[in-house]
Design a protein around this ligand. Structure first.
Ligand code: HEC
Ligand code: HEC
Length: 345
């Protein structure tokens, strides 16, 4: 499937005047700050909220805040402490420590293509990237700070006062902090893995026979992986119990917010993009390898009462299992993890 490269100009709202709407001709300069979001081939345009149009200066401020340790009470932890670029904006430990070494109960998920997510967190308990910013800042075992004191701290820093005034026309405040961080997060886009080159860019030579066989298995009606890990995002954003564990009493997942017994053990289907880099796996980081994951799915799961009917087990030869893993490895996007626009300066 070949699709044209699509570059979209984001409409900008400047000084109360819309100078131009969604210009597609690159020769039209909308205004000096216009930010061109490079949407990969095969991807739809993500939804950008009307109150948070993308501009280059806002994204740069958001990036500075993402790597800013002053967001935590004792200035030791930034967003980037748990969401590391080298691990596709996840971490390589089961549970990353917050301030004073405090441990939470969930594995830091990848932020790959988070602009397309419909709800935030593994239980879906937070609606937008903007509102999600409050969660780590105020959680006891993450940054343990609060928005009011953070605003005061940033207002005491001349560099931030300048930057916020430049972007928002006002001093640092909760609106600007949440908008800038969300704007940066929307640029955490990965769509140039070898799989993408093969599937969306028509470069048929980049995958070998084993990887192609692994891809066919992944998309097959027997394995059903793509019934949940579907489309260019490799998730349908539904909440599912994939039968990995027999006991979800440590973290009931979606049931934490709905309080419904039928939601026990259901978690938002995670993307599989950059999966080779985002281990350890599952909501609790208790699964260490892709081999173990395929074994559990092929064994038909734990049989938990809420387990999805799609998890029914299947038989693979040793070679097919290896091929499926080789395919999952083609979802790694090396350009993404080395993109200087996303990394700490
Ligand atoms: C101490 C580690 C830690 C820090 C610091 C941290 N996060 Fe996270 N982040 C997590 C964990 C763990 C989750 C999963 C929590 C859940 O699902 O309940 C998460 C979830 C998220 C999500 C939701 C992802 C999804 O797929 O739903 C976003 C977005 C996010 N973090 C952004 C940020 C931003 C922005 C910051 C800084 C303001 C930050 N994080 C700081 C560990 C951290
Ligand atoms: C019924 C929906 C469903 C099906 C079918 C399914 N998965 Fe999953 N998958 C999930 C959910 C939900 C999670 C997260 C569970 C958790 O966090 O405890 C997950 C997690 C994973 C993870 C770990 C992701 C991470 O970041 O921790 C991998 C890898 C994975 N699945 C691969 C596969 C493969 C390969 C198949 C086909 C053999 C498959 N899945 C079939 C729903 C599904």
């Amino acid at each position: 499937m070949k699709k044209q490269n699509t570059t979209y100009y984001i409409c900008l709202f400047v000084a109360g005047i819309i100078f131009s709407s969604c210009a597609k001709d690159p020769k039209i300069i909308v205004e000096p700050d216009a930010y061109v979001l490079n949407v990969p081939s095969g991807f739809a345009l993500p939804n950008i909220p009307d109150d948070n149009p993308l501009t280059a200066a806002k994204i740069a401020l958001g990036k500075k805040l993402f790597y800013e340790k002053a967001l935590s009470v004792d200035s030791t932890i930034s967003c980037g402490t748990c969401h590391k670029q080298e691990f596709a904006f996840s971490d390589n430990v089961a549970i990353t420590a917050g301030v004073e070494g405090r441990l939470g109960f969930r594995n830091a998920p990848t932020l790959t293509n988070i602009a397309w997510a419909t709800e935030m967190l593994m239980d879906g308990g937070n609606p937008t990237l903007e509102t999600q910013v409050y969660v780590p800042i105020e959680t006891h075992f993450e940054m343990d700070f609060n928005m009011v004191l953070l605003v005061n701290r940033l207002n005491a820093d001349a560099e931030y006062v300048d930057a916020f005034n430049n972007v928002f026309g006002s001093n640092p405040d909760p609106f600007g902090i949440t908008r800038a961080l969300a704007a940066f997060e929307r640029t955490i886009i990965s769509g140039n893995s070898r799989f993408d080159q093969y599937y969306y860019q028509g470069k048929t030579e980049v995958l070998n026979e084993q990887e192609i066989n692994g891809m066919q298995l992944f998309f097959s009606p027997t394995l059903k992986c793509a019934s949940c890990h579907t489309g260019y995002l490799f998730t349908d954003f539904t909440y599912q119990n994939n039968g990995f564990f027999a006991d979800y009493s440590a973290d009931s997942g979606r049931a934490r917010i709905t309080l419904l017994s039928e939601d026990v053990g259901k978690f938002k289907v995670p993307t599989l993009r950059n999966i080779a880099l985002t281990g350890p796996y599952m909501h609790n980081g208790q699964i260490n390898s892709l081999e173990e994951i395929i074994d559990s799915y092929s064994n038909g799961g734990s049989g938990h009462i809420n387990q999805s009917e799609l998890i029914q087990g299947f038989v693979l030869t040793a070679q097919e299992k290896e091929n499926l893993i080789l395919f999952l490895n083609t979802l790694t996007d090396n350009q993404f993890i080395h993109n200087p626009d996303l990394g700490e300066d």
